[in-house]
Design a protein around this ligand. Structure first.
Ligand code: FEO
Ligand code: CA
Ligand code: CA
Length: 647
């Protein structure tokens, strides 16, 4: 996300400001010893020729990270002609590919629903029946087997945040209860059924399963912080999910929406109010994003209704096939600013990786108790019973998962921790106490299907680590990977390595990227079934296209594909102005790739500021209607020859 606060053109994004005041050794310092050795190698011809640190190069022998593994199944070949960077207000794709724009913000979730109004005059009730704003994490759940399952399915996607200048006809000069209600309805999750025909491409179908889960939808809690926990007692029953960034999918077919910057929706005008240490650790303050909802709705006044904030920061399980199923917040996965929640399976157990996206925060994993099939057979959720761990990266290339279990280590009553629920409600502080490693903004996590190695994009960071860190600060980000001991994702130890340092070689010779592959701020990461690693970028609008930030040659946000075994990388797509590229999934046959274009047209110093009088100041994608406004939307990308995407 690249949310604005007042003033419109910020010098930084809120995520880039750390609220971690613990003394834990930052990842930058831990990485320094490893980087310093590598940077010597990277300064020579080896890096220029190899482009990446890969398991098969001599450089890899200098670091004890995960060794390369033979892929299973098809090779993750990259068969397309890469596209150049672009600052145009449109989509660029390789020759032989075409994109269809589907489900832009405001699309009725069923045919015949309330129609989109291009002047933003749709009501809150309309918005609750329409696709939300700012599309983010996404999954395609096929309906039917074989070829049918690649022509029909439930597309489920998050709506991370809103742009009040574009959501309301009069912008956000005044906040009203109706505007808050519309804003709540524009957040959350959209569940739509889509069908592809040869003549019309992908279309929204009428469906009994279609629904919106918004910030107003009834929800419940499960796990150690149960629905009747006193910390969840606030004004009215618990409702909604918010700031849903990335996501996850369970082996039993449910969707996990993850609550990221929940803190930023709360504020107060009450004189003398100050956040508690617990609130401050989550970044709760007087104004948040500056949405000012608290002026019209006391639900979001943190001084009036402080426990409302305890209801957010969780992973939310949603059944995409049952429109009556109440979304459940799975509290055993902890309360952090969850970017996403990626699951895998090891020894029959569910393993869920989740990052806390703020500068200086941590990486977590949850390991289920017993096999997930046994848990479900006993009528229990596999996500309610297990152990939550936080990562500690040692500077010798090894790492440990530290259990966030009440009664162990410092997490005792004597240490000030009442019980496991207390540990989970204050997950960040518990991880501080354990000595977890502060990271440079953990974003998406992906598990390589070929060898179970885990990759995480660290989008950028303050670079407040030691002097040996060659990336101080680290405006371009990097991708780290680790291999769990014995290749068992339930293990409590691992080895790690840096997959790549992003950047523009014209500004930073330490980057692993070249003139042809330059990018910055990796965010989305996803392995397709062949093992291609797709990388989606979210350069914040406070940096995008700006020479003073070293981002003018990187262009608009983009999507690239990498072969994790050879290190080859190719740029696949560039997006319109002001957007980020996020959310990626294919149909089971890998012949349609769905990708989200989030927040085109957002205010950026490079292009300007949308206003009620001119919402098109930055972008008018995808409609290019002279009286319209930019809209987040999903791209359905296919090859003109019908082949596998990326191959
Ligand atoms: Fe919502 Fe961390 O990107
Ligand atoms: Ca981001
Ligand atoms: Ca993100």
């Amino acid at each position: 996300m690249s949310v604005q606060r007042r003033p419109v053109f910020p010098e930084f994004d809120p995520d880039e400001v750390s609220s971690n005041l613990s003394a834990n050794r930052p990842f930058h310092e831990v990485a320094a010893a490893r980087f310093s050795r590598r940077s010597v190698l990277a300064s020579g011809a080896v890096a220029a020729a190899a482009g990446f640190l890969t398991g098969s190069t001599g450089t890899a022998q200098a670091t004890p990270g995960p060794a390369p593994a033979e892929p299973t199944g098809r090779r993750p070949t990259l068969g397309f002609t890469p596209v150049p960077t672009s600052d145009a207000d449109g989509i660029t794709l390789p020759a032989g590919y075409e994109a269809q724009v589907i489900i832009p913000w405001g699309t009725p979730i069923r045919p015949g629903g309330p129609a989109w109004r291009k002047d933003a005059s749709n009501s809150a009730a309309d918005q609750a029946e329409q696709v939300g704003m700012n599309h983010d994490g996404m999954h395609f759940f096929p309906l039917g087997k074989g070829a049918e399952g690649s022509r029909r399915g439930m597309l489920v996607l998050n709506h991370e945040y809103i742009d009040q200048q574009l959501l309301f006809p009069d912008g956000d000069a005044e906040m009203t209860r109706e505007k808050v209600a519309k804003a709540l309805a524009a957040h959350g999750v959209s569940i739509v059924e889509i069908v592809r025909t040869d003549d019309r491409g992908w279309q929204v179908a009428d469906s009994p399963r279609a629904r919106r889960v918004t910030t107003d939808t009834p929800v419940t809690f499960s796990g150690p912080v149960g629905p009747r926990h006193p910390a969840l007692r606030a004004d009215g029953p618990p409702r909604g999910t918010i700031n849903n960034c990335s996501h996850g999918v369970t082996p039993w077919g449910t969707y996990l929406a993850c609550e990221e910057n929940f803190n930023a929706y709360f504020g107060t005008e009450r004189a003398g109010w100050e956040p508690t240490p617990e609130q401050a650790r989550y970044g709760i303050d007087h104004e948040g994003f500056g949405y000012r909802w608290h002026e019209a709705d006391p639900r979001f006044d943190i001084a009036v209704n402080p426990h409302e904030a305890n209801r957010f920061g969780w992973v939310v399980e949603i059944d995409p096939m049952d429109p009556d199923a109440v979304p459940v917040k799975r509290t055993a996965l902890g309360r952090i600013k969850h970017e996403g929640c990626v699951t895998t399976e090891a020894r029959g157990r569910i393993v869920a990786y989740t990052g806390d996206d703020q500068d200086g925060d941590y990486l977590y994993k949850f390991v289920g108790e017993g096999t997930w099939r046994d848990q479900r057979a006993r009528g229990r959720s596999p996500l309610d019973h297990g152990t939550l761990y936080v990562a500690r990266f040692e500077d010798d290339g090894k790492g440990r998962w530290l259990p966030l279990t009440h009664g162990t280590g410092p997490l005792t009553r004597a240490g000030g921790w009442a019980d496991q629920a207390d540990v989970l409600l204050r997950t960040r502080e518990a991880a501080d106490a354990l000595g977890a490693t502060p990271m440079d903004r953990p974003e998406w996590i992906a598990v390589n299907p070929a060898n179970q190695d885990v990759y995480c994009s660290l989008t950028n960071g303050s670079g407040r680590g030691g002097a040996a860190n060659p990336r101080t600060p680290n405006p371009y980000g990097h991708i780290i990977r680790w291999r769990e001991s014995r290749g068992d994702n339930t293990a409590t130890t691992f080895t790690w390595d840096i997959f790549l340092l992003a950047g523009d070689p014209a500004y930073d010779e330490r980057t692993d990227l070249s003139e042809d592959t330059r990018f910055g701020s990796p965010d989305g990461l996803w392995f397709d079934p062949d093992g291609r690693l797709w990388i989606l970028t979210d350069v914040s609008n406070s940096s995008q296209n700006l020479p003073e930030k070293g981002y003018d040659r990187i262009g608009n946000n983009q999507m690239l594909a990498a072969d994790p075994h050879t290190g080859e990388i190719r740029r696949f797509l560039t997006g319109p102005r002001g957007c980020e590229i996020t959310g990626v999934i294919t149909t089971p046959d890998q012949r349609t790739l769905f990708v989200n274009v989030q927040h085109p047209g957002e205010a950026t110093p490079a292009w300007g500021e949308p206003t009620p009088g001119n919402p098109r100041a930055v972008s008018n994608w995808p409609d290019f209607d002279p009286e319209g406004r930019p809209r987040s939307a999903t791209l359905a990308i296919r090859r003109t020859d019908g082949g596998v995407i990326g191959a």
